[in-house]
Every structure is written in C-alpha cells, then in structure tokens.
Write a protein that binds this ligand. Structure first.
Ligand code: NAG
Ligand code: NAG
Ligand code: NAG
Length: 590
C-alpha cells in the first residue's frame, strides 16, 4: 500500500517511470509465435502515449512491435513473439530489447532482457536447417551413388529415433532419382548418382516427427559441384606405326589409349580423315580405304591428331600425335616387253652384238629401279651371253663348230623390283626403305638360236694310188678323205674336176673306182683333181664352199701273154666288149 501511494505520488508529479516494468523475463524456447512475453501498465492522463521497440540485440525479427491499449489514462503495453519466432536456446539464449515510452513531453527509455531457456525432451528444427533456404550441402558430381552426404542432428533429439521424411517432390527429370534420409538423420545420394548434375541445386523439405505431437520441418539444399578437373592423358604422347599397303579397308592400325574417366576418342586432324577412322569408344584406329601407294596420293605418311575427351565434360581432353607410315608391298611383279625373248644370231656374231633390250615397268612403283639377272638353263654355264643393264649381248664366241657346242641357248632374265624408296611430295621417310617390299620377280624366258655359218672350206690331201693295167672294171683304187671343220662335220660331196674320165669318185663316200681300160703302153700316169663341195653348214642353204686336191694314179705294166689269156672285157658307159661279144654294162651309180 505504501508502494502504491508512492507511485501515485510520483505519477501525480508526472515523474516518468515504467511503473510495472520488470527488467527481465525468462521464456522457454518451445514458446511459439504470439506468446506474450510481458505486460506493462502505464498512466498517462492528458496525452496519447506510445510504446516503441527501438532495437533488439542480437538483431532478430522474433519480437513483435509492442502493443499499447487502454483508456482514461491507464494503458497496458504487451511485448509478444512474432510469427517468425523460432527460439533456440542453443543458438541465442539472451536478447536485449530497447523500449521507449512517450507520454506528452515525457519520454523514457528502458531495457528489457529476455532469457531463453532450454526445453529438454523436445525436438528442434533450428539453425540453418530451419531457415527458409535450408542448410546447404555441397556435393561433387562424382559422388558415389547412394553415398552418405550429410547427417542431420537436431538438438533435443538425443538418442531418440525420430521419423525423418523428405516431403518435397523428387521426380525426374528434375531429379536424377530420390535422395533418402533415415531415422538417424543420414542423408544419402540418389542410387543413380549425381553425374551430369553439376551446378544444380536440389531442395529437400524434411519433416521430423517424434511421437504424435512433436514435429518440425526444415530444408536441406544439396548443391552439386563439378567434379574436380580430371586429368586426361595419353599413354603415348606420340607414336609412329608402320602398316602394309595391302591392308583391306577396316583393318586395325593401332589402338590408342588414354587415362581418364568415361572417355571418347576422335580424329581432329586431318578433318575429315580420308584414310583412317577411330572407334569413338575403344580408340581403335582403322583404315577406311585401300592404301595403294601408286594410286592414293600422299598415303605413304599420314600425321593424325587424335583427341581423347570426357563424355560428360568434353573440355577435359588430351591430344596425341599418331604417324601412320604405309610401306610398299609388291602386289604385282614388273611387266616386261618383250615378254618372251626369242632371237637368232649367226655364230660369227662379234662380242658386244646386241640381241635385244628389255623394257620393264613395276606397276607398284613406276620409275623405281629394277634389277636384271640372267640365268642360264641350257647349257647351264654358258659364257656366250651377258646382260649389260637390260640389254642382252653376245659375251664371247657363239661358235658351234667345236665338239659339244650347241646352237641353242635357253636362259631367262629375272626382273626384280628389289627396293622401293617411295618419295611422295616432299616427305621422305627412311623407314620405308628399310622395310622394302618382298621380292616378286618377273621372269622373261630367253631363247637364242645360233645359226650356223659356213666358215671353212673342205680340203683333202694329195694322194697316189697304184693300179695294175689289167685291173677290171670298177676296181676300187682307194678312198679320198675330205675334211671340213664346219658343223656338221665333213658334210661334203666329191667330184672329179673336168669331163669324162677313166676314173670315177663316189659322190658321198669319196671312193675312187676304175672306169675304163688301162694300157700301160699308152699311159702310165694319170693326174685327176678331186673337187670337194660342202653343204648344209649354213643358215643359207645355197652357201657352199669348195676345196680340191690332186690324186695321182700310177699304172703298173703286165706281160702281154698274161693279158691275152685273161680275155679282157671292158665297158664304156653304154657297151662292154670282149671275147664273148658285146653286152650291157652292170648298173653303177656314179
Ligand atoms: C493512476 O493509476 C491509478 C491506479 O493505479 C489510478 O487510481 C489513478 O487515478 C491514476 N492517476 C491518473 C492521474 O490517471
Ligand atoms: C517417414 O519415414 C519413415 C521411415 O523413416 C517411414 O516409415 C514413414 O512411412 C514415412 N512417412 C511418410 C509420411 O512418408
Ligand atoms: C663373258 O666372257 C668372259 C670371258 O670372255 C667370262 O669371264 C665372263 O664370265 C663372261 N660373262 C658372263 C656374264 O658370262
């Protein structure tokens, strides 16, 4: 009573006070919006009073603007929690409110302290989780599917199991798949993972319920970060591959390999690549066209640039240089003209005489040097012919008169395209030479017929035959032996020079016969010239050579009585005569 009196007295004196102002109040953190923190009573008789909230420390919107109601000079002011109030003793447990009361000219400021008390046994959706934007969780896109992303810990939950549910929609295509949270607050990534979701944010409304009555909501916001730039690199920064030109299109050249995640391959130079392709996924480089070095210009060396890059982040890439060298392969033997070399030449041809000249071209590599080799078949080791370059010449004598010599040379010329240092454009690649094509010789048969030449004249030695004067008709006096060294040997005929004679020579055998009667008394000595004419020793059948020798025949005399008793019988070419009269002569071939 004394106190009231004092206060009335003070008001009567218009001394401004907050008559019923408590300096502080305690409040449980579980108190929600609208909770009245404190009521103040004011007297103000002649003016319209005001009550203002000047500031809150720490700043918050948890407190409403104070209300002031009343009449007849008595007013009731109230400080209440605003609709946004989420008191959390673990976050802030002490607020200081600055209030100002005005009544006419009378102004008074005062502090009001609010102590927030913890409320054990109650769940709290507090902090950033409870804020409108929610708690931010940063996750790399490479996170393992289903991996643990975050643990939601709520004050007051202790060891109790609360139901935690994501209540917001998580439907594709916005979401790769649903996130999940369990009763322990473990948030897990979708089982599909988060690849390709870089820079996206996923907002998850979480409802936490404990029993029937207690529940609160919050938000978890998952922000997906691009994976750290992965390093794409080739196992070989540069490599050189040599392939054969006869590879069929589609053949594997090489498989390039790069390190990195989820890689694709492409050829970036030349673009387009006319001869080679690369498998997008496997990096296998293949030929796409025939590589015929003669027909495809510039196929001998191709410099390729191959790129490997990540499928989802194509900017993560690496480049490798691949040089493909095509080595020549002999697919065709050289072609020669003439394809068959048949020729004839007289045996007297001089050394160096040209028989023929081959003209050969390698269809695989026009203009490439060719190698020519002469091989004898029959006779096997002839030195008669030689090859100078691609010209077949007479090397030594072709003489066929010597015993065992022949008129025919069977040989062949091997033509090889041994090496192919292909030069294409300005590029010269030494490897190509070392990898020369395999031998593929063409064989040109050679038949050289040596035609005989009648070089030598036949000859015979002078000789003397003796014959008795009573020798009968056709008596053989002896044989004349003529010789001729041309081939075939002694191919000659015998003739007696001059007209009809007492003697006859056999044309073929050279035997000399008596043809007419002899008379020692009349002629004791005969000299006849034997003419030798050769034949068949020359390509030209009309070519004959001749020789001769003189044969002497000595007649031996006999006693006359002996002669008469014999009763001679002599014949001319047409008639014989003797003691038994005339008769026909026997047939003789002269
Ligand atoms: C002030 O308030 C008291 C009640 O506490 C009341 O009796 C008195 O009349 C009031 N005075 C004025 C001036 O309004
Ligand atoms: C919430 O999640 C629990 C498992 O934590 C589940 O048993 C319950 O059915 C879910 N409730 C709703 C409404 O989804
Ligand atoms: C050519 O003849 C000479 C002898 O005259 C011989 O030494 C040489 O081997 C011959 N050449 C050939 C290619 O036969």
């Amino acid at each position: 009573m004394m106190m009231l009196r004092l206060l009335e007295f003070l008001f009567a004196l218009l001394i401004p006070v907050f008559p019923s102002l408590p300096w502080s109040t305690d409040i449980l953190e579980s108190k929600g919006p609208g909770t009245v923190l404190q009521t103040f009573l004011f007297n103000c008789s002649s003016y319209m009073p005001t009550l203002e909230l000047l500031s809150v420390k720490p700043p918050t919107s948890f407190f409403n603007k104070p209300s002031l109601q009343g009449q007849k000079g008595l007013y009731r002011g109230k400080v209440t929690l605003s609709s946004s109030a989420r008191l959390d003793a673990l976050a802030v447990n002490y607020y200081e409110l600055q209030l100002r009361y005005t009544c006419g000219n009378f102004v008074v400021d005062g502090s009001f302290f609010v102590h927030v008390l913890r409320d054990p046994g109650r769940i709290h959706c507090t902090g950033a989780f409870a804020s409108p934007a929610g708690e931010f969780i940063y996750v790399p896109e490479t996170v393992t599917p289903g991996a643990l992303l975050y643990t939601l810990l709520l004050p007051g939950l202790g060891g109790q199991r609360a139901q935690m549910n994501i209540t917001s929609a998580q439907d594709p295509p916005v979401f790769p798949g649903p996130f999940s949270i369990d009763e322990h607050g473990l948030l897990r990534a979708p089982s599909q993972g988060l690849r390709g979701q870089a820079q996206k944010t996923f907002q998850l409304q979480i409802l936490v319920s404990l029993g029937k009555s207690q529940r609160c909501k919050g938000m978890l916001t998952v922000k997906v970060l691009p994976a750290p730039p992965s390093h794409v690199s080739f196992l070989k920064k540069a490599q050189s591959i040599t392939i054969a030109e006869d590879l069929v299109p589609g053949s594997e050249v090489v498989q390039v390999q790069a390190r990195g995640l989820n890689l694709l391959y492409e050829i970036i130079s030349p673009r387009p690549s006319p001869l080679y392709s690369i498998g997008q996924a496997d990096g296998v480089v293949r030929t796409t066209a025939p590589l015929d070095l003669v027909r495809v210009q510039g196929a001998v060396v191709t410099k390729l640039q191959v790129k490997a890059f990540e499928r989802l982040r194509p900017w993560a890439s690496a480049v490798s240089d691949l040089t493909v060298i095509v080595r020549a392969v002999n697919q065709r033997p050289p072609r020669c003209h003439p394809a068959l070399l048949v020729t004839q030449i007289p045996e007297t041809a001089l050394e160096g005489t040209v028989l023929d000249t081959l003209t050969c071209v390698d269809p695989d590599s026009a203009g490439a040097p060719l190698d020519y080799q002469l091989r004898f078949h029959s006779p096997p080791d002839s030195a008669s012919l030689r090859l100078r370059g691609r010209t077949l010449e007479v090397n030594a004598t072709l003489d066929c008169d010597a015993p065992g010599a022949c008129f025919q040379h069977l040989a062949s010329i091997l033509v090889s395209d041994g090496g192919q240092p292909q030069m294409t454009g300005q590029v010269w690649v030494p490897q190509v030479i070392s990898l020369t094509a395999k031998w593929s010789p063409a064989e040109v048969p050679v038949l050289v017929m040596v035609t005989p030449v009648n070089e030598f004249s036949p000859s015979c030695m002078p000789h003397t035959f003796r014959v008795r004067e009573d020798a009968g008709p056709y008596t053989l006096l002896g044989s004349i032996v003529g010789t001729d060294v041309d081939h075939p040997r002694n191919s000659l005929e015998y003739h007696i020079s001059g007209g009809l004679s007492t003697f006859a020579v056999d044309r073929l055998s050279g035997e000399l016969h008596l043809l007419g009667p002899l008379d020692y008394e009349q002629q004791r000595l005969y000299r006849i010239v034997i003419l030798l004419i050769d034949h068949s020793q020359d390509w030209d059948l009309n070519s004959h050579r001749s020789g001769s020798c003189t044969i002497t025949i000595e007649v031996e005399g006999i006693a006359r009585a002996d002669l008469d008793s014999k009763g001679p019988s002599w014949c001319t070419m047409t008639l014989c005569w003797g003691p038994r009269g005339q008769s026909r002569p026997p047939l003789m071939s002269y």
